[in-house]
Design a protein around this ligand. Structure first.
Ligand SMILES: Cc1cc2nc3c(=O)[nH]c(=O)nc-3n(C[C@H](O)[C@H](O)[C@H](O)COP(=O)(O)OP(=O)(O)OC[C@H]3O[C@@H](n4cnc5c(N)ncnc54)[C@H](O)[C@@H]3O)c2cc1C
Length: 300
């Protein structure tokens, strides 16, 4: 199969052996935190399925890591084996308005592909530092638009290959069927609009402008989901928590739902998340639910 990898089309190579590498999760997460873990880096669908099956045979289903932009990984690392999709990349235009994407394809690569070909409908994803697999898993999005609107189907593997239609993904706010099961998303079929390059470029610029005030620094984006009818950031700000610090972690002054790692540890970030949750509960009786995903063990 010929795939787009942000440049030259190439063919998938089939390889018969795959083994994990010991790597530091701090190298693979946007928080820049986390200790060691055994991680597979499959480069194609065959290797991804092999890695999943090998990890399963070692006792438990592996965790899956995309671009690590929603992960807080423990300082002590992670005992479960992990499959990282960063090398599982590629895009094929299978119809005028349909794109097949391997799960590890970066959102930035996909948007560039769309921009060059005048394909619209995904511009709202601009500057989200994620893979398509991660976005499809989390039902990520921005400006009131979510990837569930663009997903036609998702193909995953959990010992056998399963294709889920959009309906079967049961997309809702920051949720999908994939969050309820152990599986690796291998690929996603996306719906796009045939448009013009200049129009797509303008829309990308517009969505990008709306994000210009988001905090800089190492983070996972929003730590908490928004509670029904409200905003986590509003509650955290109202509780007077902007700027609150534990060790090297602090609540952003620009956006209260961002906790920034300023040279701290995963334990600092975790303790600050717990503090924010408790204070908001105390002040407003609202239990905030984390959007961030934990890899490894944290003391609660
Ligand atoms: C600066 C910044 C800004 C952000 N802005 C936004 C935003 O505007 N909107 C938004 O929705 N999010 C935002 N995020 C959060 C994050 O980018 C999203 O949650 C994104 O969906 C995570 O994708 P990822 O590839 O990094 O996945 P990871 O963080 O690596 O993983 C997230 C979850 O998805 C699972 N997962 C990932 N890939 C697969 C796969 N192939 N198969 C099965 N499970 C998988 C992981 O196991 C984990 O549970 C932001 C993050 C940062 C750091």
């Amino acid at each position: 199969m010929v795939l787009y990898k942000g440049g030259v089309p190439h063919k998938i190579k089939i390889n018969n052996s795959i083994a994990p590498e010991v790597r530091q999760l701090k190298e693979l997460t946007t928080y820049g935190l986390g200790g060691g873990a055994e991680i597979y880096f499959p480069k194609n669908l065959y290797e991804a399925k092999s890695a999943y099956s090998v990890a399963l045979s070692h006792g438990s289903p592996p965790l899956v890591l995309g671009n690590g932009s929603d992960i807080l990984a423990a300082d002590g690392g992670c005992m479960r084996e992990i499959i990282c999709t960063k090398k599982l990349t590629g895009i094929v235009r299978v119809a005028d308005d349909r794109l097949f994407c391997l799960a590890g394809t970066k959102v930035s690569t996909l948007l560039n592909y769309c921009r060059l070909r005048g394909l619209g409908g995904l511009e709202y994803l601009v500057n989200i530092p994620a893979t398509i697999g991660g976005i499809a898993y989390m039902n990520g999005g921005a400006a009131g638009k979510y990837i569930g609107e663009n997903v036609v189907s998702v193909t995953l593997y959990n010992g056998k290959t399963v294709k889920l239609s959009n309906y079967a993904c049961h997309y809702s706010y920051k949720h999908s069927t994939m969050r309820d099961i152990n599986a690796i998303i291998l690929s996603i079929l996306l719906k796009v609009d045939v448009s013009e390059r200049s129009v797509v470029e303008e829309r990308i610029k517009e969505f990008s402008r709306r994000r210009r005030n988001l905090p800089k620094g190492k983070s996972c984006g929003c730590v908490f989901k928004n509670p029904a009818g409200d905003y986590a950031a509003r509650l955290i700000e109202k509780a007077g928590l902007k700027g609150r610090r534990i060790g090297g972690a602090f609540v952003s002054d620009e956006h209260a739902n961002f906790i920034i790692n300023d040279g701290g540890s995963a334990s600092d970030v975790f303790r600050l998340i717990s503090l924010v949750r408790e204070e908001v509960k105390l002040r407003f009786g609202v239990t905030l639910e984390e959007e961030v995903i934990y890899f490894g063990d944290f003391e609660r």
